[in-house]
Ligand binder design. Structure first.
Ligand SMILES: *[C@@H]1O[C@H](CO)[C@@H](O)[C@H](O)[C@H]1NC(C)=O
Ligand SMILES: *[C@@H]1O[C@H](CO)[C@@H](O)[C@H](O)[C@H]1NC(C)=O
Ligand SMILES: *[C@@H]1O[C@H](CO)[C@@H](O)[C@H](O)[C@H]1NC(C)=O
Ligand SMILES: *[C@@H]1O[C@H](CO)[C@@H](O)[C@H](O)[C@H]1NC(C)=O
Ligand SMILES: *[C@@H]1O[C@H](CO)[C@@H](O)[C@H](O)[C@H]1NC(C)=O
Ligand SMILES: *[C@@H]1O[C@H](CO)[C@@H](O)[C@H](O)[C@H]1NC(C)=O
Ligand SMILES: *[C@@H]1O[C@H](CO)[C@@H](O)[C@H](O)[C@H]1NC(C)=O
Length: 420
């Protein structure tokens, strides 16, 4: 508890050191990358092979664990990652034409690929196997929309990739209508959509591409312009965190749009949640619509937090944290509590998918040097300087967001089975 307390005291951490350019070093990472390329690399020598003794899929008697008790007897968010290179990944980069460059780590040159082969295993139950056809049937004549920032976009893309393989060519499409992306499965009259709103409420960062985290101005009491695009959507999945955390203070307006002042981020976040809550209360019909809120996606910016004595980040991490508790200071517990309190107060049910802890273990699964910056892959010089250029916020796909979607799927399935 002592250490958690000291994390609280440190308050809000700045989450964007990667935007700080520093002196470029040349050519030192080459050897490391080459040796990582082999499945027999030192990573497994150092940590031991994942499957051995850990109980891979074979050792887990899938049938004895209650798959239909998610949320009752079983907290799906408590568990561990198990090595499973038989069933995972659920799709491949090449098999999903809808992935953007930001997530295709293999194509972008990531030398190791272990990160694709882990399955989230709750302690007391199994997550039902993701069945694309079942999901499409649940979405028949319906819309599902992911709302939030680029992390939420990753989850949207993951969901599209998880379902698209069962739809024949010509019967599926992806449209870009900024700030939205819309995937349609024609034969099901179903859509999976994404809406860019990094603060959920309105802000000057709402342009789908022309935005920067450096200049933030959030209109804490304004949501109607976004909200009109969310109206009537059958399944809404919200997320907003990392854009708030750039600095401990944020410029915002409340009441008059002209009275911009600096707000404490916790205060601002809580006001934004109030605005969101009242939008939900006056727009959501609980009988026909479902609302989810994704808890914060963790970052792995400071390797000293999981490996004391080091001063790196998520770069060169090929293996999850296992066998011990871990919570990084980037996942702010004050914000977590604000979300908890807001959902308690709400007059309608919003299901919190508390994926923070399970994702905390995955220091290995970020895009690191194999994502993109400003629409481009990293240059050789940038790759030689992981301390400044590794992206330890976004995730490779296939990867961790697939697990979030499997959990989302399991909650949708539970309702679907109860009512049909
Ligand atoms: C799966 O992982 C095990 C080690 O845990 C390895 O021996 C095996 O070759 C891997 N299989 C594939 C298809 O990569
Ligand atoms: C198709 O889906 C939309 C919602 O996504 C719905 O409004 C419409 O009624 C559906 N069409 C049919 C023919 O059911
Ligand atoms: C981006 O937005 C800023 C201010 O919001 C504006 O000044 C600039 O012209 C925009 N750039 C482009 C390329 O649209
Ligand atoms: C708020 O805006 C003012 C004026 O543009 C700027 O000087 C200040 O740095 C901003 N504060 C924050 C926390 O971004
Ligand atoms: C921000 O607000 C929180 C909660 O009200 C408070 O605990 C914290 O001390 C405030 N921080 C600053 C810098 O004012
Ligand atoms: C990468 O990790 C290995 C094993 O943990 C370590 O020996 C090596 O120094 C690391 N390389 C860099 C560039 O951090
Ligand atoms: C989410 O899970 C974490 C860790 O298990 C816990 O500390 C936190 O309180 C949970 N959040 C909410 C809102 O319940």
């Amino acid at each position: 508890m002592q250490s958690l307390k000291s994390l609280f005291d440190r308050k809000i951490q700045t989450l964007f050191p990667l935007v700080l350019y520093s002196v470029l070093l040349l050519g030192t990472s080459r050897l490391v990358l080459d040796s990582l390329r082999s499945e027999n690399s030192y990573v497994f020598k150092v940590y031991g092979r994942p499957a051995q003794g850990q109980g891979g899929r074979n050792k887990l008697p899938m049938a004895v664990l209650p798959e239909d008790r998610i949320g009752e007897d079983c907290n799906v968010f408590e568990g561990k990652w198990v090595w499973d290179n038989v069933s995972y990944p659920l799709y491949e980069e090449e098999s999903c034409p809808y992935l953007v460059k930001q997530t295709t780590c293999q194509r972008n040159g990531r030398p190791d690929s272990f990160y694709k082969n882990w399955r989230w295993q709750p302690h007391r139950c199994n997550i039902p196997r993701f069945d694309p056809l079942t999901l499409l049937n649940m979405l028949r004549n319906k819309r599902m929309m992911f709302i939030g920032d680029s992390l939420q976009r990753g989850q949207f893309e993951s969901m599209v990739c998880l379902v698209q393989s069962v739809i024949p060519k010509g019967k599926k499409s992806l449209q870009r209508i900024p700030p939205m992306k819309i995937f349609k499965a024609e034969e099901f009259n179903a859509s999976i959509e994404y809406y860019w709103a990094p603060f959920i409420v309105e802000s000057i960062s709402d342009h789908a591409t022309n935005h920067t985290v450096h200049k933030r101005m959030v209109r804490l009491d304004s949501i109607a312009n976004h909200g009109k695009h969310w109206q009537g959507v059958d399944i809404l999945v919200f997320e907003s965190y990392v854009w708030w955390m750039h600095k401990p203070l944020i410029n915002a307006s409340y009441g008059s749009p002209d009275s911009v002042k600096e707000y404490n981020v916790t205060t601002a976040y809580s006001l934004a949640l109030e605005t969101w809550s009242s939008w939900l209360e006056s727009n959501i019909k609980q009988e026909t619509q479902k609302v989810f809120f994704m808890s914060m996606s963790p970052t792995h910016l400071w390797s000293w937090e999981w490996r004391p004595g080091t001063d790196e980040n998520c770069f060169n991490e090929s293996y999850p944290i296992q066998g011990r508790p871990y919570w990084g200071s980037g996942s702010n517990l004050e914000i977590m509590k604000l979300v908890h309190d807001a959902l308690q107060k709400l007059q309608i049910n919003v299901m919190l998918l508390n994926i923070t802890q399970l994702s905390e273990y995955r220091k290995d699964a970020h895009t690191s040097l194999y994502g993109e910056r400003r629409g481009k892959l990293l240059t050789k010089e940038q790759r030689a300087n992981p301390k400044s250029f590794a992206d330890c916020i976004h995730w490779c796909l296939p990867g961790v967001p697939d697990a979030w979607n499997q959990i989302l799927y399991s909650y949708l399935l539970k309702d679907y089975q109860n009512f049909s």
